[in-house]
Design a protein around this ligand. Structure first.
Ligand code: HXC
Length: 256
């Protein structure tokens, strides 16, 4: 039973709707637990091929729940270990798409950055306002943003805590697709359905190799890629894909 999200599927797309509209989907710890547990559940569900996380028209999520954080102490944070659950998102094997309308601030921006792809509205409002609360990003914001924009731009945005126009996020490759707000969901679903037709084993092997490229040396990354390339040849979808090519017909991938 979830209190702060709604989860459902449409064909083979697993959808998580953040559902705390009265506080612009501010993320309390229970809500983050629910999101991650649902991602893991979709990841284990053979009927699901792609996942989507979305908010509502006004907000993807306006950050971590400030009411919950206001009385935190270094020791309470150490004992609660609130970021361990976030690390589990990087263990999800299937593609995750964030659909961003409205605010994606602080922890909300970090949740989108934990997803593989971001589809955003042209007027979406990204940003890290934590500095204005006397703190800083804590769920990977400094790292994700610096890897995407380089240190100078990342420092400018995180130091000033000012909104990042969606167009800038798009130009830096943080956002994959930028569309009018009324078309965001449609575009994300189109992308999800396109991915759902791809061979699922290839998708997960590609996801692992691409994310590894962010941290590994070129040679270590190439070695990992090579192993994953070999593993793909254990799949029936490899046989189907290559056979379909020789028979001049479209392939049907079954995820085996
Ligand atoms: C708790 C929040 C909230 C948040 C909004 N609300 N953001 N509550 N935590 N992060 C609540 C407001 O208190 C208000 O409740 C209701 O949502 C509607 O918000 P308004 O401020 O009335 O809306 P608006 O005037 O449109 O302004 C929108 C806003 C503003 C610009 C997004 O709400 C805002 O600045 N929010 C805080 C954004 C922020 O600082 N995020 C970073 C948090 S720190 P009431 O009861 O008054 O109706 C963080 C650290 C991450 O994320 C660490 C890792 C997880």
């Amino acid at each position: 039973m979830s209190n702060y999200i709604r989860a459902f599927s449409q064909d083979d797309i697993g959808i998580i709707q953040l559902d705390r509209p009265e506080v612009l989907n501010a993320l309390n710890r229970e809500m983050v637990d629910e999101i991650v547990a649902q991602l893991e559940s979709f990841d284990q569900n053979n009927a699901i091929r792609v996942m989507i996380i979305k908010g509502n028209e006004k907000a993807f999520a306006a950050g971590a729940d400030i009411e919950e954080m206001v009385h935190s102490t270094p020791l309470s944070l150490e004992m609660v270990n609130p970021f361990a659950v976030w690390d589990r998102i990087s263990l999800i094997k299937k593609p995750i798409i964030a659909v961003v309308n409205g605010f994606a601030l602080g922890g909300g921006f970090e949740l989108a950055l934990h997803c593989d792809l971001i589809v955003a509205a042209e007027d979406a409002k990204f940003g890290f306002p934590e500095v204005k609360l006397g703190v800083m990003p804590g769920a990977g914001g400094t790292q994700f943003l610096t890897k995407a924009m380089g240190p100078r731009k990342a420092l400018e945005f995180i130091w000033l805590g000012e909104p990042m126009p969606a167009k800038i996020a798009y130009q830096f490759g943080i956002v994959n697709r930028l569309v009018a707000s009324e078309l965001v969901e449609e575009e994300a679903m189109r992308l999800a359905y396109q991915l759902a037709l791809q061979p699922p084993i290839s998708l997960r092997l590609i996801k692992e190799a691409v994310h590894a490229a962010v941290d590994l040396s070129l040679q270590d990354g190439k070695n990992l890629e090579r192993k994953n390339f070999y593993i793909a040849f254990a799949s029936e979808d490899q046989k189907e894909g290559m056979q379909a090519f020789t028979e001049k017909r479209p392939p049907t991938f079954r995820g085996m």
